[in-house]
Every structure is written in C-alpha cells, then in structure tokens.
Design a protein around this ligand. Structure first.
Ligand code: SAM
Length: 403
C-alpha cells in the first residue's frame, strides 16, 4: 500500500480552480489524483501520467469522465498534452521517486531487503535492467554512477569488486549485489545498510530520474497558464537541488549589463514567482509514515502580464534592435576607417608634391652655384691669364661701346 505524502498540503498548494485543467505527473496509486478530483467540479479535468504499467493498471479503478490516465514518462508531458488537444494547464503536481508498491514488491528488484532479480526499472516495458547494465558497464562508468547518484565514498572499490565478481558469472540478483557491497564497504553509516547508496544510485541511473526531472520542469513552466501552480515533492537532495535551482532561476529577473540602454519596463519579468518556502511534513506525518521524513515540497506560480510571450517577445525585439545597432556601428566604423585612409592618402600626396618642389629648388640652387663658380673661373682667367685687375673702390672705369 502507498501512503500519500503531504496529501492535503500538496493539493492545497495547487490553489485549484474548480473547473480547471490539472496534471498529476506521478500517479502512483492515485492518492493525490483522487483528492484533486474530489475538489474539481464537473467542468474540471485531470490528466495523470505514470511510467509504471502497474500504476496504470491500478488507476483503471477510477471511473470518472474528468480523468485521463496515460502510460508515459513525465518528460513526454508536452506531447501527451498536444495529443489530447490541451494547450494551457492550471496546475501540475510531481510527487517524485518511487511508490511503496515499487519498493516493497520484491520482484521489482529495487530493494536489498529481498533477494530478487536485479531489475530496478519503473517502466518494466522498456529499457535496460540494472543487472544488464552492470554486466557491461566499465569500472569508470560504474564508479561515476555510484558517486554522482549515490554520493558513495567507496564507489571505485565497489565498481572494481563488481568487475571482478562478474568474471565468475553475472550479478543477477539484489542479494548478490548487496552481499558484494557489504563485503567491500568497510565503514557503515549508523542505521544504514552498506548497500543503501549503491542501490539508490543504480535506481536513479536506470530510470534516468534526474534527467526526467530536468526535462519536465521547463515543460511545466511553459504550459502553465497565468496563476497556475507547479508543486514538486522531492525525496533526496539531488532532486531537490534541481527543483530549487529551476524555481530560483525562473523567478529571478535576467541580469543584464548595467550600462545596457534598456528601460526598466523592457526587461522581461520572470516566468515564475516562488510561493512560500520549502515545506516538510510535520512530525505527526513522519511518525505515521517514516517514508515522509525526507520529503521537501516546493511551489511556484506562473506569472502573468508580460510573462513568457509578452516579455520574451519584447526582449527578442530588443535584442534584434541591438544587433542591428551593433551591425550599423561596425558599418560606420568601416566608413570612418575609409575616410581616415583617404585623408592619409591626401596628406601623402601633399608631402610628395612638397618633396618634388624642394627637389626643383635644390636643382635651381645647384645651377646657380655652378653659375657662380663659373663667374669665379672667368675672374681667375681675367686676373691671371689676361693680367686684368679688379677696379679699386672709388676708381672710375669708362667703358666704350664699339659699333
Ligand atoms: C511517490 S509515487 C507517487 C505517489 C502518488 N502521488 C500517490 O499519492 O499515490 C511516484 C510515482 O511516480 C512514478 N514516476 C516516477 N518517475 C516518473 C517519470 N519520470 N515519469 C512518470 N512517472 C514517474 C513512479 O512510477 C511512481 O508510481
């Protein structure tokens, strides 16, 4: 049996409109779904998804024309809504992780408490089992999975032990894997089986749980109508970190360079607004259902006004305008560079003309100098060869003009 965690708190957080369209992305055994249906009127609608065929089978018990149950991973929510002809929705609930039936049914291979085939898939109709993956993964791939999804300190030692053990035959059961980890891990955390982290890591990896979550969150934000709520319950820090960061990023205005010439009104407002703080189950709930002890619920609301369409579209226009301005500025830069080159060329021509005229002046002076030195020569010949003398200062010489 599955005891729903934060049942009323999560459905309250959806702030339901009685005739709205809602999505339960993790139907499980339908605890939250039934409560949502109970609060909707006849115009309301609930679309529920689960990747586990047994959850879908269990959901057939709900006979309600307002209810549609689909066997699909929630990362395919967009396609599912498109196929149903649904555009916008008024709220989404994701109650992550595994359900108690999945964990407690030995044949699912998710727990080291029972010896069973090492399967671990939520969707038993597709994908690789944990045993199949362990049979062919490299030591470094196993180490990475155990570290990343289980934060396992002895990841490498366990991976090596797996590689050694499988040479003598496949690790096919939960019992084999649990025993191998128990033998390899030297210290234990109090109250925890040494294989707890390895089993969690393999389950998260086999079901691609974190990737599924990263894919569905933007789809939810996209599909929510103004005022619609996104409610997510996580059960470990890896999931909660993704949810927390997504909600924080989607509720924070973009950081633009301070000197960007944009009016405050043109800065796009974020798509989501945070609703309250992270909420945990009360002590009474944890006492009644120990599975609830690690649950954290976060809620965000789709903003209106210039949310996705208005703000983003205006922002796009702004970006395009800035790009055009940048292109124009660089074109202007080219023109001014051309002008500069023209000026330099003119200055060069001017200098060349000046050099030419100086050359001519030099030639003229050289000719004059030659001419003067020629006068010297005439004087020399007159003095020394013809015996002529220069007149004394004040002496008058009469020159006779011959016919
Ligand atoms: C914690 S249970 C949900 C319990 C449910 N809220 C209830 O009250 O019964 C999580 C369920 O989500 C399903 N699930 C987990 N990841 C999923 C995914 N990526 N897509 C669809 N279903 C998923 C699991 O198969 C499981 O049935």
């Amino acid at each position: 049996m599955h005891v729903t965690v934060l049942l009323h708190e999560a459905v309250d957080a959806l702030a339901l409109e009685r005739g709205g369209v809602y999505v339960d992305g993790t139907f499980g055994r339908g605890g939250h779904s039934r409560e949502v249906l109970a609060r909707l009127n006849t115009a309301g609608r609930l679309i529920a998804l689960d990747r586990d065929p047994l959850a879908i089978e269990a959901g057939q018990a709900i006979k309600d024309p307002r209810f549609t149950l689909i066997h699909a991973p929630f990362s395919e929510l967009g396609t599912v809504l498109d196929q149903l002809g649904i555009g916008g929705i008024d709220g989404v609930l994701l109650d992550l992780g595994v359900s108690s039936p999945q964990f407690d049914d030995a044949s699912r291979g998710m727990s080291f408490r029972f010896d069973a085939p090492l399967d671990m898939r939520m969707d038993t109709s597709r994908g690789q089992t944990a045993a199949q993956w362990l049979a062919e993964a490299s030591v470094s791939q196993i180490t990475e999975v155990l570290k990343d999804y289980g934060e396992e300190r002895f990841a490498y030692a366990i991976a090596k032990a797996v590689a050694t053990a499988r040479t003598g035959g496949a690790i096919a059961t939960t019992g084999q894997l649990a025993a191998l980890v128990e033998k390899t891990v030297r210290t234990r955390e109090p109250g925890q089986h040494p294989a707890t982290r390895s089993f969690q890591a393999l389950r998260i990896f086999v079901n691609q749980e974190l990737e599924e979550l990263k894919r569905v969150l933007p789809i939810c934000a996209e599909r929510l109508r103004e005022g619609g709520r996104l409610v997510v319950i996580s059960f470990h820090s890896l999931e909660d970190r993704i949810v927390k960061r997504f909600m924080r990023d989607e509720s924070t205005p973009p950081r633009l360079p301070s000197r960007l010439p944009i009016k405050a009104a043109d800065i796009p407002s974020p798509r989501l607004a945070l609703v309250g703080r992270a909420q945990r189950p009360c002590a009474a709930e944890v006492a009644a259902n120990p599975r609830a002890r690690s649950a954290v619920m976060r809620v965000a609301e789709r903003r209106g006004g210039r949310g996705k369409q208005g703000g983003a579209a205006r922002f796009d226009v702004l970006l395009i305008t800035m790009l055009i301005l940048l292109a124009a500025a660089s074109a202007l830069g080219i023109v001014s560079a051309q002008n500069e080159a023209r000026k330099l060329y003119a200055a060069l021509e001017h200098e060349q003309a000046r050099t030419e005229s100086l050359d001519k002046e030099l030639q003229r002076l050289q000719i004059e100098q030659e001419h003067l030195s020629a006068l010297d020569r005439v004087e020399n010949i007159a003095r020394h060869r013809l015996g002529m003398v220069l007149p004394e200062p004040g002496q008058i010489i009469a020159l006779e003009k011959r016919p």
